[in-house]
Design a protein around this ligand. Structure first.
Ligand SMILES: [Cu+2]
Length: 189
């Protein structure tokens, strides 16, 4: 019995001895332990810039009508404000919000009725700025806030990528590629 205890203690001591001299290891060996810790530190940080995800453009059913653009914005470490979106694939791009037709001051504007999913009870108006608060997600989605792309390049067909450049109030820009889908097709979820 004492022999087995002694053996266990000896095993234990060997384990402890192996674990203890860690600080005595040469620096390159220590850095092997430090690197994963540093990497974990890095990935735990939120991105400094807002991120653009799941961008897509619904092409008009009737050529010449505006296309609609949708995307998801994920706020960075600080607040930001989206003030403009541009693309070489359209003559002009506006940021819109959808509102009830009977809301005070709701203007009508060309192109509404042609949009899939828009009923006569809603209208849209240009939005001058869209806040992207730190860490928050902002969605541009059918029936809500969206982009309108006027005079789309006729060469943009379903499946094509539409480059979008988002301009923030502080001068930063974000770039993304939106997937073009046909008028009746599902978007990117
Ligand atoms: Cu609109």
């Amino acid at each position: 019995m004492p022999a087995t205890i002694a053996a266990a203690l000896a095993r234990c001591a060997r384990v402890r001895l192996r674990a203890l001299p860690l600080p005595a290891l040469p620096l390159p060996a220590l850095s092997l332990f430090a690197l994963p810790l540093l990497a974990a530190c890095g990935t735990a940080q939120a991105p400094a810039e807002p991120q653009v995800q799941k961008a897509w453009v619904r092409l008009p059913a009737v050529p010449g009508r505006p296309a609609a653009g949708y995307l998801t914005l994920v706020g960075g470490t600080g607040d930001a404000t989206l003030v403009a979106v541009t693309t070489p694939a359209a003559a002009r791009t506006e940021l819109h919000e959808t509102m009830k037709m009977d809301a005070p001051g709701a203007p009508d504007h060309a192109g509404h009725a042609a949009m899939a999913g828009m009923s006569g009870a809603t209208t849209m108006r240009p939005l001058q700025a869209l806040p992207i608060l730190a860490g928050q997600t902002v969605k541009l989605a059918p029936g809500a806030r969206h982009l309108m792309l006027f005079d789309m390049d006729a060469k943009v067909t379903p499946g094509a990528s539409v480059p979008l450049r988002l301009e923030l109030a502080d001068g930063r820009t974000l770039e993304t590629q939106a997937k073009a889908v046909a008028a009746g097709d599902a978007g990117v979820e």
